[in-house]
Ligand binder design. Structure first.
Ligand code: DAT
Ligand code: MG
Length: 138
């Protein structure tokens, strides 16, 4: 069990002006920000990040959406980070997300669902390395 996870504030939440409120909720939940940047994914980079989903029917929609505007990428630290962060963000589809979760509060839809959260310690490390250099995530 690692103490780090990786998140993105997705283009919908950025465009809707929710970045500040989302970061506030993350910090108040006890996560420390290890590294953070605002950036933008090309459609190719979005495809690389979500390569595990490339055979899914929504892959084109997903990569188009994720490259449609700026995002905030961050590495977060907390005991039990991966599982606790998944609980904090709620279900993939905001319609099924618990009341008070980030996706329930801020997501538009299953496709435009406000935030990413890593699903395993291994992926948290891979995803953090995708955006941040060794020096940035020290
Ligand atoms: P999560 O982001 O909760 O880990 P996932 O890994 O299954 O969910 O899917 C990655 C992203 O793909 C998800 O955040 C939004 C998009 N997505 C998933 N299922 C979808 C669907 N049925 N229709 C459209 N987009 C979908
Ligand atoms: Mg996932």
């Amino acid at each position: 069990m690692s103490n780090r996870t990786f998140t993105m504030i997705k283009p919908d939440a950025m465009a809707d002006g929710h970045a500040g409120a989302i970061l506030d909720q993350i910090i108040k939940a006890g996560f420390k920000i290890v590294a953070m940047k605002q950036t933008r994914l090309s459609i190719e980079k979005a495809g690389e990040f979500y390569a595990v989903h490339k055979e899914r029917p929504f892959f084109g929609e997903l990569t188009e959406f994720m490259s449609s505007g700026p995002i905030v990428a961050a590495i977060l630290e907390k005991e039990n980070a991966v599982a606790d962060f998944r609980t904090l963000i709620g279900a993939t589809n905001p319609a099924n997300a618990e009341e008070g979760t980030i996706r329930k509060r801020f997501a538009r839809s299953v496709g435009e669902n406000a935030v990413h959260g890593s699903d395993s310690d291994e992926n948290a490390a891979i995803e953090g390395n995708f955006f941040f250099s060794a020096f940035e995530r020290f």
